[in-house]
Design a protein around this ligand. Structure first.
Ligand code: MRU
Length: 328
């Protein structure tokens, strides 16, 4: 099997035509167990998104589209399905973008399942293009730091930030990856490290607070992250901690890239319009079921932050690399 074939084995989202079922990799169980979560109704899909069985902006969007298709197939109220799915997670724009595409298909008497499959297939091609275009920024010998998981598990296949890394590797570049563990849900340790390790791409994980020290030691050549939403002034919303990383990169003159499909752009809203998801305090207060702080202590558990354009070197899309700052 060649290097690219191995990646194709990671299929986070599968539509089963015979049983009208959406099958998701249950990301809550990784890396210890590769198990699947079947969705038979749009409510199952809404639960899967809310509970992070599936997560990552494009993957959430694709799953929600199949949720709409399930509602149509089961003759359920489409408006209700739309509203339920829309209210699962607030920050990533992809969810709203795919739900609106499905609603348009429905209003134009087109089967929603066809639109969902199209969205899914398009995403595979888009991720591939992002990888092929973006890999040019990577030099032989580079060590790339990434945050959260912007890989195959967060999309249909390949990923966004990890697609860039994958294609550099497929093209024979000798690269290494450092993955921030990404507290509190540990997407870096549990998902990014799992994906890269599965493919044989060298990866080390670090606690989130190690990044600055490694940069100072000259051990990081580039930072590449994904995005949940990008405003027209190029402000990037991504996993909490991205902003701190961008400041660190700027201070150490390290290029900071964002990789995302064009559908991530939000030309309508501005900074203060965007809801930053706040998740359950238990995600911070407990590790593996054990409480790590005293009873009565409060928590900030924002899931995302925003990074201003002055900290971003460029945005890698499926069409081009948009240069934002010539110098890091
Ligand atoms: O809370 P999550 O795991 O859904 O957050 C995911 C991220 O922030 C990703 O970096 C982002 O969605 C880009 S995925 C290609």
């Amino acid at each position: 099997m060649d290097k690219e074939e191995i990646n194709k084995e990671i299929k986070p989202i599968i539509w089963d035509d015979d049983n009208n079922q959406l099958i998701l990799i249950d990301q809550r169980a990784l890396p210890n167990e590769l198990k699947y979560f079947p969705c038979n109704t749009y409510e199952d899909v809404a639960f899967a998104i809310r509970d992070m069985v599936v997560r990552g902006a494009p993957a959430i969007g694709i799953s929600a589209a199949y949720g709409m298709a399930l509602a149509e197939i089961k003759n359920e109220d489409i408006e209700r399905a739309y509203n339920t799915l829309k209210n699962t997670r607030p920050t990533a724009i992809n969810l709203f973008w795919t739900l609106n595409r499905c609603m348009n298909a429905y209003n134009n008497n087109k089967p929603i399942i066809d639109e969902a499959k199209l969205i899914h297939m398009e995403d595979i091609e888009i991720c591939k293009k992002i990888g092929k275009i973006g890999e040019k920024i990577i030099e032989d010998g580079d060590t790339i730091l990434t945050h959260c998981n912007a890989g195959a598990l967060a999309t249909s296949s390949y990923g966004t930030a990890l697609s860039v890394i994958r294609f550099a590797y497929y093209n024979g570049k000798n690269i290494r990856v450092i993955a921030d563990e990404t507290r509190p849900r540990l997407q870096g340790a549990k998902l990014t490290a799992f994906e890269l390790n599965y493919e044989g791409i060298p990866v080390k994980i670090i606690t989130d607070n190690t990044a600055g020290f490694l940069m100072k030691k000259g051990l990081v050549d580039k930072v590449i992250v994904g995005a949940d939403r990008i405003l027209k002034d190029y402000t990037v919303f991504n996993k909490i901690g991205t902003y701190s990383l961008a400041i660190l990169a700027k201070y150490h003159n390290i290029p900071f890239y964002v990789a995302a499909p064009l559908s991530t752009f939000d030309f309508k809203n501005s900074l203060n319009d965007i809801e930053i998801e706040e998740r359950d305090e238990k995600e911070v207060l407990f590790i593996d079921g054990s409480r790590i702080a005293p009873e009565g202590v409060g928590v900030y558990n924002y899931a995302f932050d925003s990074t201003p354009p002055e900290l971003i070197t460029g945005i890698i899309t499926e069409k081009e690399i948009i240069t934002i700052n010539k110098k890091p």
